[in-house]
Design a protein. Structure first.
Lengths: 86, 330, 388
């Protein structure tokens, strides 16, 4: 059983994972409600890798149909806390 | 008279003479014939004193008829003799082409190996002595075209004597081209180098930047050019072909493989020259070793002029060789 | 082209020594302008040009003593088309004021535009040392690339010493520039495109991915790569490399996948034997090369092996790609974005995900008809996704 994470902690972890995918990005400038793809030059391969690392880090199953929910920072935090409370 | 074996320095003329004398002394089947070889002692004095020493049976003056006396030489060789025929110049040898090309070169093949022609024909070639067009041409490249004979171009005193003696041991006709400009040339004679082979080219100077491929009289001009180039930091390798047929392709290609550049120096005219053959063989066998096009330095495409300055200008000169190398290098 | 020769400055002058050039190669000179200083037995003299034009080659070096009449420089005359500078072996006159020998100069033919002027030995060495000669400037006669140019390039600190990412990027830009310029210079491209209904493929993929865990789901791009690989079996002419004067078909199908790098630039590493890999294997390899391309750890064979390139710009919302072939390959396949489009099925307008596939191909090797056969083969293959 994982320890429940505070939303802030979740946010920091998601940003760290994002930084591994797009190392050149300045994460402090990431807008929480704009899709990563639109602000970070993320392509489908990057996004797939991002989803895989979310899966590995948070231990959550993510259906392909739910991928769009992980396309923004706010979306990730919401989805991950929802996942956890399930 | 000093014995040749004791000499370290001699002229090309003396070396030829010593070779002829040794051949005459060693083998009773050897005899010399040609225009003015007897009473006059040879046009280039290579048989001076021989008539007195060996008598008219073995030193035979002939009429001015190249076809006749070359043909007689072929007949004598067929009959078991070892004739040495002297033709005054390569220009005059054209009168004997029928005997050479249709008889001397073919009889072994046409008789299925039953007959051979152990004949040696010597002749002067080349220009540079102001004796005008009909005595100055370099046609040894033509002879190198013909299967059935060997074509030698001795350029050093050692080869001048040594190649003659080795040629006399061949069962088939051998043609020796002596560059007339070389007769008075002095050189170090290496008795220890005898007998010499008549199969391989010789690297006369080692170098790593360019191969100067040449033969006969042009060897010395090429060596002089190499010396000049050395002063500019270009190390030229000088290959003396020695034998034009059969050609030692391996030595040529090994040199080109090492230097990646080649300049062929040939006193013949450029068009259809022996230099063209060398160039073609380098393309065939060494194309991927080449770092630039093969260059040629040949004679101007005119009958060799009589006036000294024009004759000089018509012939390959060290300056042209140097210039050809420079334009390959930069 | 005009010859600038050592002039006669008085009837008794036979030779002169070049003191210095007042102009350099590429300079424009006008008739009457001083271009060299020459020392004669009498005095130093400034020599003027008899032509107006551009200096193409300075043959004589300062300090050289040469006979009068010797060509010292080549000037391309104004109004006449510029010629390729030829390699000339100057027949140098002998010292004693003799006329120039009349032997013809050796003239090496100018190099055809688009062809590298490179010696055979240099070309071979370049292949051995993996130096791309098209990125070099030759220092040999007539600008030829020689062995020493290749040795210099190979010795240049490209791999051994750490280079800044800016340098690496500049270098990559240079390589791309050379390859693309060569492509557009040498390859007569033709372009074909077709819209492909991706409905079946996307539905199949969705179901397939449902069965797969997060870690081994497929991207639709892998279906496209596999379809291209299988279509090449039907049109093998496009799976070829141009060798000198003709294309040589490759027995193996190695698909180069274009990967854009975050810091700029592009590489197209090979997915080897793409036609023989399952979609899962292909996906794993695809992920691997993309990761390593971005980390800068691709193997040299991955750079040199591709027999065709596939590029997809759909992620950026592009609809149609008009690609430039990567030499010596003879074709490139581009894919745009998969978009919902009105599509006619059995006389009914329906909405379908559609992708535009485009082919850039070398017209020296194939014609439009074969290209069209190839695109329709890709289409057919994508209609049977389970068979991929």
């Amino acid at each position: 059983m994982n320890r429940p994470l505070a939303p802030d902690e979740t946010r920091q972890t998601v940003l760290r994972l994002l930084g591994e995918i797009a190392p050149e990005a300045d994460l402090s400038l990431v807008k929480a409600d704009v899709s990563f793809r639109d602000q970070l030059d993320i392509d489908s391969m990057d996004f797939l890798n991002f989803v895989v690392s979310i899966h590995k880090t948070f231990g959550v199953e993510i259906r392909e149909a739910d991928y769009p929910k992980y396309s923004t920072l706010n979306g990730c935090v919401e989805e991950l806390s929802a996942n956890r409370t399930r | 008279m000093a014995h040749i074996a004791d000499m370290t320095k001699t002229t090309y003329r003396e070396a030829v003479r010593a070779g002829l004398r040794e051949a005459l002394l060693n083998d009773p089947r050897v005899f010399l014939m040609g225009e003015d070889v007897g009473k006059y002692g040879g046009t280039y004095a290579c048989s001076k004193g021989f008539l007195e020493e060996f008598g008219p049976e073995r030193i035979r003056d002939t009429p001015l008829s190249e076809s006749t006396f070359v043909g007689a030489g072929i007949g004598a060789a067929l009959g078991g003799m070892r004739p040495i025929v002297e033709v005054m110049t390569v220009n005059f040898s054209l009168l004997a082409l029928d005997q050479i090309v249709n008889n001397a070169a073919t009889i072994r093949h046409m008789s299925g190996g039953q007959f051979s022609i152990p004949l040696v024909v010597r002749m002067a070639t080349g220009a540079g002595r102001q004796v005008a067009a009909q005595h100055s041409h370099s046609l040894e490249g033509w002879y190198a075209h013909i299967p059935g004979i060997k074509v030698l171009t001795p350029a050093t005193v050692t080869d001048a004597k040594g190649m003659l003696l080795t040629a006399l041991k061949e069962p088939d006709p051998v043609f020796i081209f002596e560059h007339a400009y070389l007769y008075p040339m002095e050189g170090e004679f290496a008795e220890g180098a005898l007998p010499v082979d008549i199969a391989r080219a010789a690297v006369r100077r080692q170098g790593k930047d360019v191969s100067l491929i040449t033969f006969g009289g042009s060897l010395w001009k090429s060596l002089q050019a190499a010396e000049t180039l050395a002063g500019e930091g270009i190390e030229a390798e000088v290959v003396d072909l020695r034998v034009l047929r059969p050609l030692d392709q391996a030595t040529i290609l090994a040199s080109v493989k090492k230097t990646h550049r080649a300049v062929v120096i040939d006193e013949g005219w450029r068009t259809g020259s022996f230099a063209a053959e060398i160039s073609a063989q380098i393309m065939e066998g060494g194309f991927y070793d080449l770092d630039g096009p093969v260059a040629r330095v040949c004679s101007a495409e005119v009958p060799i002029p009589y006036p000294k300055h024009l004759e000089n200008a018509a012939l390959p000169q060290p300056e042209q060789i140097v210039s050809a190398v420079r334009s390959l290098m930069r | 082209m005009a010859d600038f020769v050592m002039p006669t400055l008085g009837s008794d002058m036979t030779e002169g020594t070049l003191v210095e050039w007042k102009k350099k190669v590429g300079d424009r000179v006008t008739k009457g302008e001083i271009i060299a200083e020459v020392d004669t037995e009498k005095s130093a003299i400034e020599v003027e040009s008899f032509f107006t034009g551009i200096i193409q080659q300075l043959i004589t070096k300062p300090g050289d003593t040469i006979p009068v009449g010797t060509v010292m420089a080549l000037i391309s005359e104004e109004g006449k088309p510029a010629e390729e500078v030829e390699v000339k072996v100057e027949a140098r006159p002998v010292k004693e004021s003799t006329p120039s020998p009349v032997s013809e100069p050796i003239v090496s033919s100018p190099t055809e535009p688009g062809r590298l002027r490179i010696s055979p030995a240099a070309k071979q060495l370049a292949a051995e040392l993996r130096v791309d000669p098209s990125t070099l400037r030759g220092t040999g006669p007539g600008g030829a690339i020689t062995l020493s140019d290749i040795h210099t390039a190979a010795a240049a600190p490209t791999n051994e010493q750490p280079i800044s990412s800016a340098d690496r990027q500049a270098k990559m830009r240079e390589i791309i520039a050379a390859a693309m310029a060569r492509s557009k210079r040498e390859i007569p491209h033709y372009y074909l495109s077709t819209a492909i209904d991706m409905g079946r493929a996307m539905t199949w993929l969705k179901e397939e991915n449902l069965k797969r865990s997060v870690t081994d789901r497929l991207l639709y791009g892998v279906l496209l790569i596999k379809a291209v690989a299988l279509a090449l079996r039907q049109v093998p002419e496009l799976n070829a490399l141009w060798k000198g004067s003709a294309a040589v078909q490759s027995p193996d199908i190695h698909i180069g996948v274009a990967v854009s790098l975050r810091q700029g630039g592009l590489v197209a590493p090979a997915l080897h034997h793409a036609d023989k890999q399952s979609l899962g294997e292909l996906m794993t390899r695809f992920q691997d090369v993309v990761k390593r391309a971005r980390a800068g750890t691709l193997r040299s064979s991955e750079f040199s092996d591709p027999t065709i390139t596939v590029t997809s710009l759909g992620d950026q919302g592009v609809e149609t790609v008009f690609g430039v072939i990567y030499p010596p390959q003879v074709a490139l396949v581009g894919f745009g974005k998969v978009v919902e489009r009105p599509w006619i099925v059995d006389s009914h307008v329906v909405s379908r995900p559609v992708v535009t596939a485009s082919l850039s191909a070398d017209h020296r090797v194939t014609d439009g008809h074969r290209g069209a056969v190839f695109l329709s083969a890709i289409d057919r293959l994508l209609q049977e996704p389970a068979q991929l």
